[in-house]
Design a binder for this molecule. Sequence first.
Ligand SMILES: [Zn+2]
Length: 63
Amino acid sequence: MLTNRESTETDGGLKQFLVQCEGCSFEHTADDRDEAMAIGTDHQQKTRHEVVALEVPPALRRA
Ligand SMILES: [Zn+2]
């Protein structure tokens, strides 16, 4: 069993956001929450679609 955790300390730590629309296939990634909100709000105002912003954990970005 591995006990050395040095390499898992800080792996960037950056969160990404994925903006998805429930009304169409619109999908967009953003580097922070403000950007995700801006993208989502913009699309929502243009299309009246329901938009959700998902937080993407760094671990999933490698998969
Ligand atoms: Zn849409």
